[in-house]
Design a protein around this ligand. Sequence first.
Ligand code: OXD
Ligand code: MN
Length: 630
Amino acid sequence: MAIADLFTRPAAVPADGGGASSGAAAFGRRPVLAGAGLEDLFAWVDQVAALTQPDRIHWVDGSRAENEALLRQQVDEGKLIKLNPEWRPGSYLARSHPSDVARTEARTFIASAREEDAGPTNNWVAPDEIRATITPLFEGAMRGRTMYVVPFSMGAVGGPLSHIGVQITDSAYAVTSIGIMTRVGTAVVEQIAAGTPWVKTVHSVGAPLAPGAPDAAWPCNDEKYIVHFPDTLEVWSFGSGYGGNAILAKKCFALRIASVIGRDEGWLAEHMLLIRVISPEGRRFHLAAAFPSACGKTNLAMLRPTIPGWRVETLGDDIAWLRPGEDGRLWAINPEAGFFGVAPGTGESTNVAAVETLWGNTIFTNVALRPDGDVWWEGLTDDVPAELTDWEGKAWTPASGRPAAHPNSRFTVSAGQCPQIAPDWETPAGVPLDGILFGGRRATNVPLVVEATDWTHGVFLGSNISSERTAAAEGTVGELRRDPFAMLPFCGYNMADYFGHWLKVGQQLRFDRAPRIFQVNWFRKGDDGRFLWPGFGDNARVIDWIIRRIEGRVPAVDSPIGRLPRTDDLNLEGIDVPQADLEALFQIDRDLWLQETDLTEDFYRTFDGRVPAALYAELAALRYRLRATA
Ligand code: OXD
Ligand code: MN
């Protein structure tokens, strides 16, 4: 069959259109639009179809009727379980193949023309070589399946900080997830028609179907490749259906490819949550915060302060795009439209706002199923249900001795459902940032909060985000897993050049309007291995100090590593943090810190001289201060 014929075939939905209204049968067809920019789009879709040989092509229009039809189709095919609408209306459970449960960093590649442009922290492959490897894998990969064409916008369609892309995929699960996580639809095709540049992303689960052969509940392939071409702004992902590998708009585009676009255009694509903090007096502040994966980013994004009068409005939980404005401030948007969050550990006591967000219209992946048709995961409730079906579909009881939900099980839900979403969270221009927080999971050394002395020092702190991989032997720093700016798996170019880019962006900001930078650490432990800080809602007490610093209402104490609070200035009313713990939270052990500067130098040296001199100067100054005051 000629490729052109494929476009005129009906959509991959029931003949009645699958929707509630009779007009719904129209979806799935190629948009009838004119515009020079469409030639490239149509030619590319032709090319990918010729390569992957799908049975049919479905142009996704993002309508509600289409979404309903795709969900129903997945239920009919045994790929989704419809949850009991009494408990979880409009919600579904997917169970992945047990081998396809997470991002596969070892199979994630940056195919820049020059190896040094990917840098030592990425898996580099030569573009020609990897095209020669993956093209045969994509050949015929969609046989027996529907190829969906999904036009999406990151940020409000047409917004000044927004960018658009198109994902081709053979996974209906990916389509329905992208529909939650981004803004999908024909308005994006109109942008392309008008000549707006767009990013090409192609995804196949890599499981072609022979005629009449049964499909798997979660088709995927043992061989996986997630390949980014930063020079041509493309992503090709093969073999995995898991969100981070299959929703290409998220980590692949909004971080890896967008970081490259940002480098070239003068802005930053960051692994950051975005919140508005409202003080008891009604003053509003905007903070972005970078934490490595699994350090409580979603919890902070939906913080319920324990100190009276303070409120937090959520703007984003995972990604922020930051651009210097003409006013000398740094403006931020959350380019996503939904949350793809880790379920275990999300509960009434840790993140009640997230629990409320998940009341319905949610796609869960790899959580446990209750006998009443609702879902459960470790940490959702204090009581553990007596029987469940675990994430692999096996009977489970508390005596089973294994988690019922996979530790990386997820929810996918619209951001708009969050009860404390900022009413203007979709404002295209974004919000002006007042502060940036960097955090890791450090049992030792790093205090509860430190303020950077200036932007360059802040970049130095960001370049040093790390978590302890192992417990430290006494008198030493534990082995550190470095995750600079929480971007280690997500920076699409040489991380040392990225540090330099941060410095350059700082130069475009007005010194008195640039966001102030802070390092925070909720995870410091005492000698007895206990967490010294209660965390969660009480982190608002640290935010309160940060805001008072931004407002210039409270002094700070200079220390060799940055500015610290006077402990009396922390609002600890209503909680009981013993004085000894408070002191331990801010204790600076100069010997340990000097050891840490050696580790930083070792880390910087892995970049073959590309780390900016300004950061080596920060390192030298830190050593000087540590020694001078010893
Ligand atoms: C995520 C991650 O899924 O950072 O957000 O891994
Ligand atoms: Mn993340």
